[in-house]
Design a binder for this molecule. Structure first.
Ligand code: MV4
Length: 456
């Protein structure tokens, strides 16, 4: 096992990784920006190195600064967390060249999955179901028109270098396609330095369902079931749960079987998430793969009893999956996570500042992952996530009731948070039924507006 690990991240995930290392007897090195001097990831790491000014580009995203810190502290490995450098293939390559183990997949696999059209082709080859669409990148608007005719409208144009909702255009007729294609392509070129576009059949009301996998360095892959992540706004997830009520045991096993083989063939290593869309008929189609630990990993940990970050460390150190995981992955009860963001709950504008009062809920089946505290400061430079509230109970109904109780006891003063929004969502009839899709939040806000208008 590693002797010493550098955590190349901040906030709750940095602390989450430090905690896993501590429990495994691994020494930890935190890196931090000038804005994060007072952060808990700095306080609780064995060593901490300041790597630059507040802006991420000059600190957490500064590859030479992170690598220098790793060399000065003499670490064996770097855990990148999520976001920041976690899916940067060049960074993984620099780690390799510096003889530091990058805790994640090899750079070649990160690069493959980062090019969405290539990821789609690789999954198609490995027999993972994909949506009808173009064969790779579109050569131009002529080919896009031809492809759309074959696929049938509506179609969606996606940037190969995009992902997570950036660089997409929905196209409903041949008349509007050329303009949308050219606008999307030049936007992608401008944003990502790559104007390549591909096409898929557009699903009007998809559910977003993703499967968690772990793969060791010996070709073994396990699937740790799925998460339901349809409750989102502007491609920012708000609530995630596991398992999905819509995934039957039969579909779950079918997808797991396909993924075990396909990701082994691809040479995948470490933790990863395969994103699917579920159409109105309950069929699942691959859309993207994320090659990192995800924000919502705790709901999977709650239903499986498996510590995903510890598994990442053991995999990266060369251990076999058979020594890390039980032969069959448990699926126990139901878990829900609320992302607590420092934001105005209706306007979704960031709310930086000092936290003046902070009370965390607790009790049976309640988990809070946070690096915040009373008198802590939320700097304006980073992602607005300040914590995650996770509950685990024997079924969805009990989990929702537990979440309502826990939200009520989660006190944050001095800044605005999404806690009041979550409290309203957990009272919503459509949410409680569990029968929703990625358009849920639009309908929810329409209902809230109607309610407000009726009161006025
Ligand atoms: C789609 C789609 C409908 N049809 N692809 C958005 C994020 C990116 N990961 C893929 N996205 C979508 N791809 C096809 N063929 C609808 C979306 C989509 C979406 C997907 C998941 C969660 C929320 C979403 C919100 C809007 C659109």
């Amino acid at each position: 096992m590693f002797r010493k690990v550098l955590v190349a991240n901040r906030g709750e995930i940095a602390l989450r990784v430090i905690n896993a290392c501590k429990e495994m007897g691994i020494r930890t090195v935190a890196v931090y920006s000038e804005a994060d001097k007072g952060s808990l990831h700095v306080r609780f790491a064995d060593e901490a190195i300041c790597i630059g000014p507040p802006r991420s580009a000059e600190s957490y995203l500064n590859v030479p600064a992170v690598i220098s810190a790793a060399e000065i502290a003499d670490v064996d490995a770097i855990h990148p967390g999520y976001g920041l450098l976690s899916e940067n293939a060049n960074f993984a390559e620099v780690c390799r060249a510096s003889n530091i183990k990058f805790i994640g997949p090899p750079p070649e696999v990160i690069r493959l999955m980062g090019e969405k059209d290539k990821a789609r082709a690789a999954m198609k080859k490995a027999k993972v179901p994909i949506l009808p669409g173009s064969d790779g990148v579109l050569a131009g608007e002529e080919e896009a028109l031809k492809a759309a005719k074959d696929v049938g409208y509506p179609v969606i144009l996606k940037a190969s270098a995009g992902g997570g909702g950036r660089g997409m255009r929905i196209c409903r007729t041949a008349e509007e396609l050329p303009n949308l294609y050219n606008a999307a392509s030049s936007e992608a070129l401008n944003a990502f330095g790559n104007g390549d576009m591909y096409m898929e059949k557009f699903i009007e009301r998809p559910r977003h369902i993703e499967f968690q996998i772990l793969a060791d360095q010996h070709g073994n892959v396990q699937v740790l079931h799925e998460r339901e992540c349809s409750i989102q706004r502007r491609h920012q997830k708000l609530i995630e749960e596991a398992p999905s009520l819509q995934v039957t045991p039969k579909i779950r096993e079918e997808i797991a079987k396909t993924l075990r083989k396909s990701l082994s063939d691809i040479g995948y290593q470490n933790a990863g998430t395969i994103e699917f869309l579920m159409d109105e008929d309950g069929k699942l189609y691959f859309i993207e793969m994320n090659t990192r630990i995800q924000v919502e990993h705790p709901v999977t940990e709650m239903i499986t009893g498996i510590d995903l970050v510890k598994a990442q460390l053991r995999i990266a150190a060369g251990e076999k999956l058979s020594t890390i995981l039980p032969a069959e992955i448990p699926l126990r009860g139901h878990a829900i996570e609320c992302r607590i963001n420092a934001e105005h709950p209706e306007k979704f504008t960031p709310s930086a500042g000092k936290i003046t009062a902070f009370n965390l809920p607790g009790g049976n089946g309640v988990r809070v992952d946070t690096a915040q505290y009373s008198e802590g400061v939320v700097p304006p430079y980073y992602d607005s996530l300040i914590g995650k509230l996770i509950v685990h109970a024997s079924n969805r109904e009990e989990a929702m009731n537990k979440m309502q109780r826990a939200l009520d006891q989660f006190v944050v003063q001095g800044i605005h948070t999404t806690i009041p929004l979550h409290m309203k969502i957990f009272q919503d009839e459509e949410f409680r039924k569990g029968d929703f899709d990625t358009k849920f939040m639009e309908r929810f806000f329409d209902r809230e507006k109607e309610k407000a208008a009726a009161q006025a």
